[in-house]
Design a protein around this ligand. Structure first.
Ligand code: ATP
Length: 212
């Protein structure tokens, strides 16, 4: 069995004195897509933010490639891509400018590569339009263009299908499968039905034995 990219042992998180999950353990192997599922408020976003290093209100152990994640935070952050449930783009900037900003401090890419990514998410003709003038789905697509130029092996995607039409959902599903086939791994939360074979599951909101 290959070494897990990410491993969680005994995760516990409480918010506002309410226990969201405890004894939560799972291994994310290379080549896999895993869905975090559970009802509204069960802690899916919270879990993804913990995994992304954006929430420190938890206990337990997290390892990255067999080593404690927080002792190798720099390597982890370099190899992990997190897209949150808000598109996280700046309304006054154009799609191209947003994508440049999203890539800042990551892999330097020229505008041709960025324009190609925007075209790949169906934004041809809108590259230079301020994002505040785009539809909700188009704004989401600006953020999703990041997936087309991502070299990070681990993707953490929180509700990224929101406002995306059926053909867009299909295109993103292909990207997730491709990342897995390339030896990466994807953890995704969504209320959409996904059509992905062999998808792993982490189920929250089922009581103290939460586990995949
Ligand atoms: N900023 C916050 N401060 C305090 N509690 C919060 C905060 N954000 C969320 N919570 C609480 O944490 C719990 C889990 O929220 P979370 O957003 O992780 O759930 P979720 O499973 O992603 O929900 P949904 O399916 O509705 O997106 C909820 O009960 C919520 O009230």
């Amino acid at each position: 069995m290959p070494e897990p990219l990410l491993q969680a042992v005994g995760l516990e998180c409480e918010r506002d004195e309410r226990l969201l999950f405890q004894n939560l353990s799972f291994s994310i192997l290379p080549g896999t897509v895993t869905r975090v599922e559970g009802p509204n408020g069960s802690g899916k976003t919270t879990l993804l933010r913990i995994l992304a290093g954006l929430n420190d209100a938890w206990t337990g152990d997290l390892s990255w490639c067999g080593k404690p994640r927080d002792q190798h935070r720099e390597s982890y952050l370099r190899n992990m891509l997190y897209l949150g449930h808000r598109p996280g783009i700046k309304p006054l900037l154009t799609p191209l400018e947003n994508l440049r900003a999203l890539m800042a401090g990551r892999r330097p890419l020229n505008d041709d590569a960025l324009l190609q990514a925007l075209s790949g998410t169906g934004l041809s003709g809108f590259e230079h339009v301020p994002c505040r003038n785009l539809s909700a789905g188009q704004q989401r697509r600006v953020a999703l263009a990041r997936l087309l130029i991502a070299d990070e092996p681990l993707w953490l995607l929180d509700e990224v299908f929101t406002a995306i039409d059926a053909s867009g959902v299909e295109a993103i599903e292909s990207l997730l499968l491709q990342r897995a086939q390339e030896g990466g791994a994807v953890i995704v939360t969504t209320h959409h039905d996904l059509n992905l074979p062999d998808m792993g599951r982490i189920t929250l909101g089922v009581g103290p034995s939460d586990e995949c």
